[in-house]
Design a protein. Structure first.
Length: 131
């Protein structure tokens, strides 16, 4: 029997050829109500807690997932793809924010002192302390 090995998240994502969002949304197990990969009858992989932050995945489970995806010809649905489409729709529905004018006179927060080259102290404006 082949010795079992625990893969860190980065190595598991590399083996599957996907990024963090796709791995987390499509391949990693989170909920009993949604145990399979979207669009396929392939079970998601369960993470092992290696510490307060670190998580790992059994190598043979990742290999079994790859074999099942290859046998099924991949999967047609993707939560990550749907999330990206929703973000793009929200971006397209939101009007663009107006750009601020680029000349010195129109920039907010520019007072008389900065335009004339005279300091605040020369104008007699205190900045939190006494003159």
């Amino acid at each position: 029997m082949k010795p079992r090995k625990i893969l860190r998240r980065k190595e598991a994502m590399s083996r599957l050829g996907c990024g963090k969002t796709k791995f987390s949304l499509d391949y990693e197990f989170h909920d009993e109500a949604d145990p399979n990969i979207p669009g396929a009858d392939i079970p998601r992989v369960r993470a092992l807690n290696l510490g307060p932050v670190n998580r790992g995945f059994l190598e043979h489970e990742i290999d079994a997932l790859i074999d099942a995806l290859a046998k099924a010809g991949g999967h047609s649905e993707s939560k990550a793809k749907n999330l990206k489409a929703a973000r793009e729709a929200l971006r397209d529905a939101t009007p663009p924010t107006p750009r601020l004018a680029q000349n010195k006179e129109a920039r907010p927060g520019r007072g008389r002192a900065s335009q004339t080259g005279v300091t605040r102290r020369q104008h007699g404006v205190a900045s939190g302390g006494s003159l």
